[in-house]
Write a protein that binds this ligand. Structure first.
Ligand code: SF4
Length: 303
């Protein structure tokens, strides 16, 4: 068998993850940090019934990330300096399938939500080829958007719902806050491919999503003009039927304190500015999160 050479994401490390590490620092195995029904995703993903003991989105949080956002709310499991200090249990395909079954059959989750799946794309592709028919709920790809088109193409027919971020229009901001080069160039092309596979969202019983693309954008303090450029791109690329989730849940964590401009939550004035702009673009669908969501209670408690 030839050596594995990792070209999964735009970092294109070309390393053999069986023997060494690339930028993400991850081996060529599934590492799952956290599993839980998640009730604070978008309503068509988590459900919004008052009885939150039922449903929710079946969150499977993979260890690590190919991004290094200084404001990452999941930094305890996404950033190598934290996760590598803890013993990481490798999961086989069969164990991952059992995790899915538990979320679906015992926890009654509406879907399976792969969080930060990108560095595991090749493994998840093989997993889904084997198990997708046995997983009777939608598969959600919940990523940071920094992906290669070729990798997303390889998932065609295996993923039902794409839930990518588009974090920045400015590649300079992406370098500054996330250490990811050419972010917008890669994310924009990847999101176009995602849309070509699954289209705009379609919902089934109870209004829960069955298929489609939802584009998330987290608004950062002092970066409202960049957010407007992101929204313009979405409107101009997909038209006003695009389903955008405008997120206000930013709060300063991790290394945000090293960047005074983002070392605070959004102000009401900033969020009103971008919300009004969002509405002025005439999107027919989508969500504007309440500013009150900028609260750590919406982040799962990683231990
Ligand atoms: S998945 Fe990791 S090792 Fe592979 S190209 Fe991306 S950063 Fe490099």
């Amino acid at each position: 068998m030839p050596d594995f050479s990792c070209t999964i994401c735009p970092f294109n490390c070309k390393c053999d993850r069986e023997k060494t590490f690339g930028v993400c620092g991850l081996p060529n195995k599934f590492l799952v940090s956290h599993v839980q029904p998640h009730f604070y995703e978008e309503p068509m993903i988590s459900g919004c019934g008052e009885d939150q003991t039922k449903g929710g989105s079946g969150g499977i949080f993979f260890t690590g990330c190919n991004g290094r956002c200084v404001f990452c709310q999941n930094y305890l499991i996404s950033q190598r300096e934290f996760w590598e200090k803890k013993t990481q249990k490798e999961s086989s395909e069969k164990e991952l399938f059992e995790i899915c079954l538990d979320l679906i059959e015992n926890k009654k989750c509406h879907n399976i939500n792969f969080v930060t799946p990108t560095p595991y794309s090749h493994l998840l592709r093989e997993f889904l080829i084997k198990y997708k028919d046995k997983i009777k709920v939608p598969i959600i790809w919940n990523s940071n958007g920094y992906e290669r088109v070729e990798t997303i193409k390889s998932l065609k027919g295996l993923v039902d719902v794409y839930l990518p971020d588009i974090k920045y229009f400015s590649n300079d901001l992406a370098i500054k806050f996330s250490k990811i080069p050419d972010y917008f160039n890669f994310a924009s092309e990847a999101i176009k491919e995602m849309h070509s596979q699954v289209g705009f969202p379609r919902s089934g019983s109870g209004g829960m999503i069955e298929k489609g693309l939802i584009i998330r954008h987290l608004v950062l303090p002092e970066n409202i003009e960049d957010s407007k450029k992101v929204l313009n791109w979405i409107k101009n690329t997909f038209n006003k039927k695009a389903h955008v989730s405008l997120m206000a849940q930013y709060y300063p964590v991790y290394k945000s304190k090293d960047f005074p401009e983002i070392n605070r939550p959004l102000t009401k004035k900033e969020y009103a500015n971008i919300s009004d702009y969002f509405i002025s673009l005439g999107f027919e669908d989508g969500l504007i999160q309440d500013l009150e969501s900028s609260d750590q209670k919406y982040t799962p408690g990683f231990k």
